[in-house]
Design a protein around this ligand. Sequence first.
Ligand SMILES: NC(=O)c1ccc[n+]([C@@H]2O[C@H](COP(=O)([O-])OP(=O)(O)OC[C@H]3O[C@@H](n4cnc5c(N)ncnc54)[C@H](O)[C@@H]3O)[C@@H](O)[C@H]2O)c1
Length: 251
Amino acid sequence: MAALSPDAILLTGRVAVVTGAARGIGLAIAETFAAFGAHVAVCDRDKPDAELAMTLDVRDPVAVEVFAEAVRERWGRVDVLVNNAGGTFHAAFADTSPRGEQTLVAENFTQVTGMIRRVLPMMPPGSSIINVTSSEAHQAAPGFAVYAAMKAALESLTKSLALELAPMGIRVNAIAPDAIPTEGEAGVRERMLARPLPYEPVRVPPLGHLGAPEDAAAAAVFLASDLAAFVTGTTVHVDGGINAAGGWRRT
Ligand SMILES: NC(=O)c1ccc[n+]([C@@H]2O[C@H](COP(=O)([O-])OP(=O)(O)OC[C@H]3O[C@@H](n4cnc5c(N)ncnc54)[C@H](O)[C@@H]3O)[C@@H](O)[C@H]2O)c1
């Protein structure tokens, strides 16, 4: 490999698709990608804003088809796909109905496989997929059992697709965030504290402070850039050390 250029972090002219980009981590990723030179297409069920933006539910295959077609018409390809949309509610497994479970499966897993299936034919060699998972994928998550299982499924998918797509020159990685205050995270936390199971999550990450959506965006820029040209099938934990800490708390 030739000596690294500082420009290797730039995404100049790349076409990036970011799902769930109206707020929170997705918004930070979309804005940071644009600041690093990418053309950014976003979708969200709330009204998003970007070079190409569409209001849709990623679980709706017809709407996803329209979105993907708009991206194809505008740029003809996708260099980076960030599957960021996702979410959960807090409930004990015994209180989660089959319908609630189906919602979590669709919200956190099948919409991702659907999006990848639709976008993959537009991805040239050198492109990459980034799946936003969670530190919950790597540990027990009382009150979030199905969500955590689906995020763990995404981690598994990330590794399998990394191997299947490597011959096509497409990299597949994950970002596992935690302790990043966002509207979604605040809503879930509020309901969790209002209806507690006899467990509580780590509040202070080993680094001693909470993160910001931009911390996740920084990892996404790295994974999307040429600096990560030899990185595939792995997860970047953006959690202030929570995953490394296991059950340990900073006192
Ligand atoms: N914030 C954290 O600490 C944290 C921790 C673990 C995992 N995550 C993951 O990071 C991702 C982003 O989370 P966030 O904290 O920014 O949440 P958020 O709720 O603030 O933002 C999520 C965005 O995705 C959109 N979205 C969700 N489901 C959608 C759907 N079906 N169709 C279209 N748009 C949809 C929402 O409208 C929202 O704009 C999620 O996948 C979440 O599971 C975040």
